[in-house]
Design a protein around this ligand. Structure first.
Ligand code: ATP
Length: 225
């Protein structure tokens, strides 16, 4: 589903990482961990086509992302829901309108949109915040709204960058539960996190593989984590 074949990435100087080969199979659940600055966000960006490898190949849904035109990348991105680290929203729009934004951009608003939105808001526990504006949300509410926005297009893959970065343990468990539910629905899940306790909690619920990025490479972490 997402394959890196001897991929490298450099922002201009030395390669941040090199020779990375990975295969995220359909329905799999992966964590990506590693020290700050090791390149987790960068690697996620390669996985959803926001960056292209400086060497090697990245294939998403069997397409080489370096060979895709802009329209093809836009289509691919609709099949990959992303929860960004900073959960940016349009502050002048309501929570519901922010979550629905990807549908509008894709020209997919339909008569069923409001019902879908109602269901999604209930799933993330934000029904009562439907008409609030993003600056009024707590950290955990922002993360849940960002997750709802990432899945409104029913993507095949969900990628989340530090989805529990600014929330307490209870909220991180709630977010994890939502991500596990998405995986049980058949979605491929990839989460970048520093939070080893989150990874341990996930392993009790789902068959998760842990990739560790360090020393310019990626290794599969052992069961001792
Ligand atoms: N657009 C950019 N231009 C130049 N350097 C960048 C850019 N984005 C990131 N970097 C650098 O690349 C390295 C990896 O950044 P990245 O954000 O991928 O790491 P990370 O592992 O996600 O870090 P963190 O855990 O702190 O979020 C860092 O040294 C960062 O400063």
């Amino acid at each position: 589903m997402i394959e890196l074949d001897r991929a490298a990435y450099s922002y201009g100087g030395d390669a941040l990482f090199a020779d990375i080969s990975l295969n995220l199979t359909p329905g799999s659940f992966h964590f990506l961990t590693g020290p700050s600055g090791a390149g987790k966000t960068t690697l996620l960006k390669l996985c959803y086509g926001a960056l292209q490898p400086t060497e090697g190949q990245v294939r998403v849904f069997e397409e080489d992302i370096s060979a895709l035109g802009r329209d093809d990348v836009a289509l691919l991105r609709r099949r990959v829901g992303v929860v960004h680290q900073d959960c940016d929203f349009l502050d002048h729009l309501s929570v519901a309108d922010n979550i629905a934004l990807p549908l509008g951009v894709a020209g997919k608003v339909s008569s069923g949109t409001q019902d879908d939105l109602t269901e999604l808001l209930a799933w993330v526990g934000l029904t009562h915040r439907r008409d609030a504006h993003p600056p009024e949300l707590s950290g955990g509410e922002r993360q849940r709204a960002a997750l709802a926005r990432a899945v409104i297009m029913s993507p095949d893959v969900v990628i989340a960058d530090e989805p529990t970065g600014n929330v307490d343990w209870e909220m991180s468990q709630r977010l994890l539960k939502l991500l596990v539910e998405l995986n049980r629905m058949g979605k491929t899940v990839l989460i970048a996190t520093h939070d080893l306790s989150l990874i341990r909690a996930a392993k009790a619920q789902v068959q998760a593989r842990v990739l560790r990025i360090a020393n310019r490479g990626v290794q599969l972490a052992g069961a001792d984590l």
